[in-house]
Design a protein around this ligand. Sequence first.
Ligand SMILES: C[S@@+](CC[C@H](N)C(=O)[O-])C[C@H]1O[C@@H](n2cnc3c(N)ncnc32)[C@H](O)[C@@H]1O
Length: 338
Amino acid sequence: MTSLVQQFATNFDHVRQINLETIRGFHTTHVLIALIKVGFFAELRQFQKVNLPEFARRQNLDLKILTSLCEYLYSIQILQHEGDTYFLDEKGELIDNLMTGPLLVVHAYENVFHNLEPLLRKQKKFGSDVNRLSEFVAGGSGTVGKSFAFPLMINFLRQGRYECVLDLACGDATFLAALCQEDQNMRAYGLDIAPEAIELGNCVLTRTGLQDRVKLLVDDMFNLDKTTHLFQGVDVVTCIHALHEFLEDGNERVISMLQKYKARFPGVPLVILEVIRPPLEELRERPGGMIDILLFHDLSGQALTSREAWKTLFQQAGFTNVKEDYFPTVRTAIFTLC
Ligand SMILES: C[S@@+](CC[C@H](N)C(=O)[O-])C[C@H]1O[C@@H](n2cnc3c(N)ncnc32)[C@H](O)[C@@H]1O
């Protein structure tokens, strides 16, 4: 009997550990995303506390479900409470500060995971039957970028003393807003194919008072050759976290875009920031957040790739002068093509 209990206790420890890595993560992610989307964390940020009955009434939410979600987050030390009033615990502060962007990106790809079995069975196809949520791709990417990609790029551009930037696939324009806030002399253009992204971007510009210095438009960056009358005075072009979206069927599409770029902006440097795909063995040694990033990219027709593969592609497009700055800790490269 004792040994049976002991064996159960041993297994219980294993199961508990596996539970933490599987079911707990699944539920916590969903609970957090739902609460972010109904404005619960924004309210916490603004007032440091949320009274559940009052918040539920104001937002027309089901109080029983809201309470359940908050009790779940209390049990795992993300929230604290006094009666019906909840506030952030230490872990909650960290999540609010560091994880909102990644959680929004996960939400952007929620349809992919919801349809994983039919995608696996070839009953559905990404891009036609299953799509990502453009608004959250742009908003999530903009929030994620604030932590290091945008400051890195801003630092980089400031060294070049540029005065007018065009950002290809600009998303919600968080990058352009941050750049122009830091550098009072900078003007900017941004283009993105998703109207939802440009709508969010125009809200960001209005909020930051930058609408006169930054102009956004809905357009396809593969039609750069047709935009001859636009983008006056551009002396540098950027493309952040975007080119990998077009490599699924090989390099041809990006090569052709880069060739159009060369003809349209002769002599203007193109600065590309990309997350670099490490070899599989290295991922097993140090998975970090990278394996999750790779997973949703791979499942949605995108192809994060290696530094060497990028450099080959740039060469194929006719760029012989390519400078690479690689940041191994964050597995990110900045390529400058002249
Ligand atoms: C991962 S997001 C990156 C957004 C932004 N650069 C950032 O770092 O936050 C990729 C963006 O590429 C945009 N995009 C996809 N295809 C595009 C195209 N053909 N032309 C312009 N933008 C495109 C998407 O709408 C999305 O906003």
